[in-house]
Ligand binder design. Structure first.
Ligand code: SOE
Length: 389
């Protein structure tokens, strides 16, 4: 049984969610279960979901447990029973929805990457800063910060356990585009997704590198490529004309951190056999930490202060009650999965809203990731030229 759960008199916070596909499903489950797991100071009330197709939105609302369905996100924002707007749509709509919601005094959780362009991300961070003065909070959904092993790595680094940082090595590999017959969807269109592998999955690697090191990247040199330059539109019949893929299929880049540490990144959706392989390793003067999403309940730690005779990478099973988030989950060894990161994320956001503190990752953090994305694109377009951030 969970260690604690919310109390009957816990006040409610009305949630309105825009979008109901992959991310909408994951967020819905988090809102539905967070108060069962954690003793949250606000109990989410799944007020309404918005989607353009009325019948599909109603079906999704019924399936995921939302009380109402709207076909216009503006109507969702204006509802009196919605105090927080959760944005789970493609990147081209993030800025408009988030700024409208914040200006209307609604808290916002926005999926990553924050925006499709630097200008949009700047406007969103500005809107979040204005809203914060009135107690309105904004968070960007870099959910991998909420893997207990990643949060533990952050804690160990902050405690100085790996000492002065030398290298960060982060890669995010998927293979769902390796087949040239996979159709063209929004994730392959620049005007809808902003960029390809870089923004979709590279953004997670960048956020983790900056979060774990506690340092912003100061410059990058990048290389990007598109292997399959045209594909058949989704739903088209066999003879339909192909349309161009306007985003990157793979992005590789190096970077520097203010401390003098160097970083190496790889993001691709063509790594045949790699389904959702996010790895990050940090090497410091006193030790190293390594995380692999495919073994997300584990953290590898090498402690150079131990005797060289027996030192070696140690596998920490991150399921103990004194590990981040775990006190409220299951007994030691009863492992968590990918979807629980969204529950932990919802817990943190509700806690910050109730406490009147700014959640992390903030829109300013999302903007910093966006600056890195823009710099990598700029560098790649200019022969991998070193590009300052
Ligand atoms: C698709 O590539 C995707 O769902 C990303 O958009 C997510 O952010 C990542 O967690 C998994 O892959």
């Amino acid at each position: 049984m969970p260690a604690r759960s919310s109390q009957p008199d816990t006040p409610e916070l009305g949630i309105g969610m825009v979008g109901y596909a992959f991310m909408g499903a994951a967020h819905s489950r988090a809102w539905a279960t967070v108060a069962q797991v954690f003793d949250v100071p606000l109990r989410p009330r799944m007020a309404a979901l918005a989607g353009r197709d009325g019948a599909a939105a109603r079906a999704a609302a019924h399936r995921f447990g939302w009380r109402h369905a709207e076909t216009d996100w503006r109507a969702l924002i204006n509802r009196d029973d919605v105090q927080l707007v959760d944005i789970c749509t493609p990147g081209d709509t993030h800025a408009e929805i988030a700024i409208a919601a914040l200006d209307a005094g609604k808290h916002v959780l926005c999926e990553k990457p924050l925006a499709n362009t630097l200008a949009e991300a700047e406007a969103m961070a500005g809107a979040a800063a204005r809203a914060a003065r009135n107690g309105v909070r904004a968070m960007v959904g870099f959910n991998y910060r909420r893997v207990p092993a990643v949060a533990l790595a952050r804690r160990l680094i902050a405690e100085g356990r790996i000492g002065t940082l030398r290298h960060v090595r982060a890669s995010y590999l998927q293979d769902w585009l390796a087949d040239a017959a996979v159709p063209l969807t929004w994730r392959l269109q620049r005007e809808r997704a902003g960029s390809g592998a870089l923004g979709d999955i590279g953004a997670h690697a960048i956020d983790l590198a900056q979060y774990l090191s506690g340092e912003p990247l100061t410059g990058v040199s990048g290389l990007m490529t598109t292997f399959v330059t045209e594909r058949s539109p989704a739903g088209a019949s066999g003879g339909a004309e192909k349309a161009p893929v306007t985003v990157d299929d793979a992005a590789l880049f190096t970077g520097r951190l203010p401390s003098g540490a160097v970083a190496l990144f790889e993001a691709t959706r063509f790594a045949t056999g790699r389904k959702n392989a996010l790895t990050i390793e940090l090497n410091g003067e006193l030790g190293s930490l390594a995380f692999d999403l495919e073994r997300l309940n584990e953290l590898s730690f090498y402690d150079r202060t131990e005797s060289g005779t027996t030192a070696g990478f140690r596998r920490i099973l991150v399921t103990e009650p004194d590990h981040p988030y775990l006190e409220a989950w299951w007994p030691p060894g009863h492992v968590l999965g990918w979807e629980h990161t969204f529950v932990n994320q919802a817990r943190d956001l509700l806690t910050d809203i109730a406490a009147g503190s700014d959640p992390e990752p903030s829109f300013a953090d999302g903007l910093q990731v966006q600056r890195v994305l823009a710099a990598v694109e700029h560098s790649a377009a200019h022969g991998s030229a070193w590009t300052k951030i």
